[in-house]
Write a new protein. Structure first.
Lengths: 657, 100
């Protein structure tokens, strides 16, 4: 028995060394899709699905290694050296990475399958699958990256893929605007992120960008706390951009312009989680930094958490409700990350569960949108009769989001609350309030979509099996994964994923009851408000002036437009126009005039000197030939005369000599 | 024994007569005969020197030249006959097709 277990661990460790293949498979499928996709039956979707299925199986095996108590594994190959700086490619696999691999490959696989139905007949179907695979590969690269440069590569490729997918239907100006907004906003976060990387590399004496080595140096004090603080806050800039935290949260709701499977994969479950993952990966730096860094992290998270939940209350677009919900839930993770090691573990558990139930909700919303051809909840209603599978799975996801026992969200939200109640009471209160708001808008969304009478056009039908299949899978996961972190079952999750020492997870009954009460209160209130059909949203009267404030997103987007984008864009475009007209055109025209001047001279030279020479040779040969031809008389006797005269002449010359 | 200068003068006279004939005569047959004169002038020269220098190689050369001359006349006369058949004339002035 013991021997068998040892063998199993050894086999799992063997797989661990090949973890990089998980990230490589989607790269291969992306290449195959790009080059052969259009000629493949089914327009190339098969490559991505097969590759992701392979990656998923491998990820499960890698996670199994950690479930059995296996250790971390790091391996890398030298890429290049610049002076003392060594850059490597490789992998660093710990429990955190293993869990993330499973999350990303599971959701990505579901989205790949789901898109078969959702994107059926799309004119850029093959391209869509190419970008999906490419995105997945980039995310997996971020997860396994052992150094900051490799992480940055995946990070940026994800940004590009996100841009491409948000603007997938770029024929509509609104969509292409949304993709540009998302790209530029996340870039604003990426600039400090890159400077954070440079700061850390500089702090190591330009020797390495390896995360483990940097962590060790911060831990031992080789990198002082002040430097670590600057680096950490710069890195957190990347998180703010990628995970859409205040004040760079504006892009995520607009990113819903992309196809819904993309929203599920990128803007709910994985890419936005990369920012949180980054904080978790670099956590030693955050811990080793001065304390104000983690406090900032908490405050940013708290602002986003509450602000986004309030905005979700007033949305009519079902995807925007989910988008603000995503902001709010990510903010939970970010805020609790700021609490300390226990918070980090709880945040990761929430990241883990949130990925499943938020992907489920997005895919469910996609199923609804696919059926009623509208994003607006005012065009829905009563769909539970028409779409039973979507309804059931969506309700499971909603209950998880609201934090109702025994679904995944309950367990993770409970851990979040437990980790903050001791010493971070202000954050604890905000989180409870947000939990109630979450339950309220979730109930509102479910009610407006699935209950009451159908308000839209046409006859809604249940989506095809390729779409409901992933829904059922994710619903099962949503029910199941919560128990991995249940303190009642000794919380196996926290034995694989931990910071420092494995953590004993406490179950605090009054917190669990308070969380459940907040959730049930929110649901009950929403039911009371929305049970009767009304022409206008009842909240509009209840919220008074706040309704307009929320509808206009606190005027933050408008403020950015007025204060930053218009002035910068107008002045910049004027300056660029001037530069273009005067400098660039001047250079171009100057070059053209110069070329004309030179060409006139060259033309004269060519006509007169070169042509003259060539013509002279030609006419000289012609004239000479015209004269000499008379020697060729055809009269043999004349030739003989020439012969004898020549002989006599030669004789005279040689005899005299 | 005839003295060598006498032989050479005779040879020179024959050769000059041959050259004159080649350059001046219009009749192709006469031109061929003039060429024959020139060849035989060379023969006389060779034989004369051979006798004077007591070396047989000159006479051997003379025999060769006689043989080659016979062949040359054979071909030459054949050309003249073909010329006559085509042109009804053996005037070399009229055979001047090969020119510019």
């Amino acid at each position: 028995m013991v021997a068998a277990e040892t063998t199993a661990v050894a086999a799992a460790s063997g797989i661990l060394k090949l973890t990089w293949i998980i990230a490589l498979l989607p790269v291969i499928s992306a290449a195959l899709t790009l080059f052969f996709g259009k000629r493949t039956p089914g327009r190339g979707a098969v490559y991505g699905i097969l590759a992701l299925a392979g990656s998923w199986v491998l990820s499960i095996l890698v996670l199994w290694h950690f479930v059995q108590g296996g250790g971390t594994q790091a391996s890398q190959v030298e890429w290049f050296n610049v002076g003392p700086f060594h850059l490597q490619l490789g992998q660093y696999i710990d429990g955190l990475a293993a869990v993330m691999l499973v999350v990303v490959t599971s959701v990505s696989l579901c989205v790949h399958v789901y898109s078969l139905g959702y994107m059926h007949g799309d004119k850029r179907f093959t391209w869509f699958y190419f970008v999906l695979s490419m995105f997945t590969a980039a995310m997996l690269d971020v997860i396994i990256a052992p150094n900051l440069f490799q992480l940055l590569i995946g990070w940026e490729v994800m940004g590009v893929c996100s841009y491409l997918l948000i603007g997938h239907w770029w024929e509509e100006k609104e969509n292409s605007n949304a993709s540009i907004k998302a790209f530029i906003t996340t870039r604003i976060g990426d600039v400090p992120f890159m400077f954070g990387i440079f700061a850390l590399i500089a702090a190591t004496g330009f020797k390495t960008s390896n995360i483990t080595e940097i962590s060790t140096m911060v831990h031992t004090g080789a990198i002082p706390a002040g430097v670590a603080a600057v680096a950490a806050i710069l890195l957190f800039g990347g998180t703010i951009g990628k995970s859409a935290q205040f004040p760079l949260h504006v892009w995520l709701p607009d990113a819903m312009a992309g196809p819904t499977p993309v929203s599920a994969l990128i803007h709910a479950a994985t890419m936005v989680a990369a920012g949180v993952y980054l904080v978790g990966r670099m956590y030693t730096v955050f811990i080793g930094a001065e304390t104000w860094v983690l406090q900032t992290v908490s405050i940013i998270g708290a602002i986003t958490m509450l602000g986004a939940a309030l905005l979700a209350l007033v949305q009519n677009d079902i995807k925007r409700v989910l988008a603000y919900s995503t902001l709010s839930q990510l903010a939970y993770m970010v805020a609790v990350m700021g609490v300390g090691p226990a918070g980090r573990n709880a945040a990761f558990f929430h990241l883990f569960t949130h990925a499943f139930f938020k992907a489920l909700l997005f895919l469910g919303a996609g199923s609804v949108i696919h059926s009623v051809h509208s994003n607006n909840m005012s065009d829905m209603g009563g769909l539970r009769k028409y779409m039973p599978v979507t309804f059931l799975t969506f309700v499971i996801g909603s209950l998880a989001l609201a934090g109702i026992f025994p679904f995944a969200g309950f367990w993770s939200k409970d851990e979040l609350l437990v980790s903050t109640h001791d010493g971070h009471m202000w954050l604890f209160i905000i989180m409870v309030v947000t939990a109630a708001l979450t339950a309220f808008y979730t109930m509102r969304m479910v009610w407006l979509t699935f209950f009451g009478a159908y308000e839209g056009h046409g006859h809604p039908e249940e989506s095809p099996a390729s779409m409901t299949g992933p829904l059922v899978f994710l619903a099962a996961a949503t029910v199941g994964v919560g128990f991995l972190g249940s303190p009642l079952l000794h919380a196996p999750f926290f034995k694989w994923v931990y910071f420092g020492e494995p953590e004993a997870i406490h179950f605090v009954p009054w917190i669990a009851l308070l969380g459940t009460a907040a959730a049930l209160g929110g649901i009950a209130l929403a039911y009371a408000v929305y049970k009767e059909k009304r022409e206008r949203d009842p909240l509009e009267g209840a919220l008074g002036p706040f309704w307009g404030l929320f509808q206009n997103r606190y005027y933050i987007d408008a403020f950015y437009m007025r204060a930053i984008i218009y002035p910068v864009r107008d002045r910049l475009s004027a300056a660029v126009y001037w530069f273009n007209q005067n400098i660039i055109d001047g250079v171009v025209n100057g070059v053209a005039a110069l070329a004309r001047g030179v060409s006139v001279v060259v033309y004269w030279f060519d006509r007169n000197v070169i042509d003259g020479f060539v013509n002279a040779v030609g006419s000289g040969a012609e004239e000479g030939g015209g004269l000499l031809k008379y020697l060729q008389s055809g009269n043999v006797q004349w030739y003989a005369v020439g012969l004898f005269v020549g002989v006599i002449a030669l004789t005279i010359i040689f005899v005299r000599a | 024994m005839i003295r060598l200068p006498l032989v050479l003068f005779f040879s020179a006279f024959l050769f000059s007569a041959g050259v004159y004939g080649v350059l001046v005569r219009r009749n192709a047959v006469m031109v061929l005969m003039a060429i024959e004169l020139m060849l035989n002038a060379v023969n006389v020269n060779l034989v004369g020197f051979s006798a004077n220098l007591k070396a047989m190689s000159g006479q051997v050369f003379a025999l060769f030249i006689i043989a080659v001359a016979a062949a040359e006349v054979g071909i030459g006369l054949a050309i003249v006959i073909l010329l006559f058949r085509n042109r009804e004339s053996i005037n070399v002035d009229e055979v001047s097709l090969l020119k510019w």
